[in-house]
Design a protein around this ligand. Structure first.
Ligand SMILES: C=C(O[C@H]1C=CC=C(C(=O)O)[C@@H]1O)C(=O)O
Length: 428
């Protein structure tokens, strides 16, 4: 059943049932949840082996334009309010949940919310299965859900080509942006580029998902409607009245030599260019969360986040939400998007410059991606280190924050390092 085919059935009340299962039945490995996914309609949100996977389409919505977040939020609260839910576990991610992926720009691009027919989740020692609609009636029992699906198929004959701009052309776009910043038009803009992989057969997205979950366990590995990746950046998590966000901006590539990388981490932590880039991003998130929070903790200095391919300046913000009844996690994500980690400062000028200079539609790259529960709690990442798969074509995206001191050649090298996670995930 495709997403489109079920979108019109959202008026039917959903019946959701969550039952506990022994965590050992799922397995402890970081990729155990991926192994349960069938090839058709998989969704995933995973970190360090915990998270949610789902499949089938019980209900779905497609939205586009400037009202895409509001439309999705309204649809979800109406869908959740009508649903009949029996939840034996009552943990974050149990009961009725939807998964979503949103376009970066108001135009063009489509956004999706989907309620899977089956969700399997794990959080530490607690594991569960949620079935939605009449699905359970079609099962002999939970064994059918918890038995590994068909073997994951590796991509065949992968070749890569430039996307909309080649490296030279993209560097001249970066130089143009630096000139505009120098002339005082704006302070920061994040410019992205794309790369296209083609394969001999349609891609089984479970393959790159397993690779990403294994290789980037501290990132959030996701897939919704063909958009997949492993993002290190959490736009917002709302859980039981607490809101958290991991803001990243400022990057240095890893060399593979631990000693050198430690020295580079110290260089990054002192780099005025990267600290400036980071400060814009933190400020944009803090300012957007502030109206929703009674109290907020914004650390004064960032820490260095080590990933296998790059290191980032990172800040974890936390706050206590006072409007949880009216602002869902998706509404919070909408108010944070686009943060200066993916747009720029000032936001409106940067977004217009992105449209003018990048020469490509971003699609869902750098848009919010994640999941939400019936009560509005949920987690939304920024769709980075990501790609959109359509049959045998995979479009990869990577962007870099540009400030007055940016060097086009260094930014090109940084974008190449940011392609590495998805690029490697398509390997055999
Ligand atoms: C836009 C991306 O990264 C953002 C997040 C972390 C560091 C960034 C930077 O240093 O430029 C970017 O703001 C990307 O990965 O495509």
């Amino acid at each position: 059943m495709t997403l489109g085919a079920r979108a019109d059935q959202s008026a039917t009340p959903l019946v959701a049932r969550t039952v506990a299962v022994p965590a050992e039945r799922i397995g402890a490995a970081v990729d155990s949840l991926v192994e349960l996914l069938p090839e058709a309609d998989p969704v995933a949100w995973l970190r360090r082996g915990d998270g949610l996977v789902g499949w089938g389409v019980a209900a779905a919505l497609r939205a586009s334009g400037p009202d895409r977040f509001a439309e999705a939020d309204t649809w979800w609260s109406a869908t959740a309010a009508r649903a009949v839910v029996r939840d034996d576990v009552e943990a974050p991610g149990t009961g009725l949940v939807c998964f979503g992926s949103f376009a970066f720009a108001d135009q063009p691009g489509t956004s999706t919310l989907v309620v899977p027919e089956v969700v399997v989740g794990r959080r530490g020692d607690v594991a569960w299965v949620t079935t939605v609609s009449a699905w359970l009636d079609r099962l002999d029992g939970l064994d059918d859900v918890l038995t590994a699906a068909t073997p994951l198929r590796p991509p065949v004959g992968v070749r890569f080509a430039d996307g909309h701009l080649n490296g030279e052309a993209w560097m001249s776009v970066v130089a143009d942006a630096v000139a505009r910043i120098g002339a005082g038009a704006l302070e920061k803009v994040v410019l992205a580029r794309d790369l296209v992989a083609t394969t001999d057969e349609p891609v089984d997205v479970r393959w790159p998902l397993r690779r990403l979950a294994e290789s980037y366990p501290t990132c959030w590995t996701f897939h919704v409607d063909g958009f997949f990746g492993a993002t290190p950046e959490l736009l917002v998590r709302r859980e039981r009245g607490l809101v958290t966000s991991r803001v990243l901006a400022g990057t240095i590539r890893r060399t593979g030599d631990d000693g050198r990388d430690l020295a580079l981490a110290a260089t990054l932590a002192r780099s005025s260019k990267d600290l400036e880039e980071h400060e814009y991003a933190v400020r944009s998130v803090a300012e957007a969360l502030e109206p929703h929070c009674g109290s907020m903790n914004v650390p004064e200095a960032p820490f260095v986040l080590h990933l296998p391919n790059v290191m980032h300046l990172a800040t974890d913000l936390a706050g206590v939400v006072h409007d949880a009844d009216t602002a869902s996690s998706l509404a919070l994500a909408a108010s944070l998007h686009p943060s200066a980690a993916v747009g720029g400062t000032p936001s409106g000028t940067a977004t217009a410059l992105i449209t003018e200079l990048e020469g490509m539609p971003r699609g869902r790259f750098a848009g919010p991606v994640g999941w939400m529960a019936a009560d509005g709690d949920g987690e939304w990442g920024i769709g980075l280190r990501s790609a959109q798969v359509e049959g045998s074509a995979v479009r990869l995206y990577a962007g870099c924050g540009i400030v007055a001191d940016s060097d086009p050649e260094a930014e090109l090298a940084e974008s190449q390092a940011k392609f590495v996670p998805v690029r490697d995930s398509l390997g055999c």
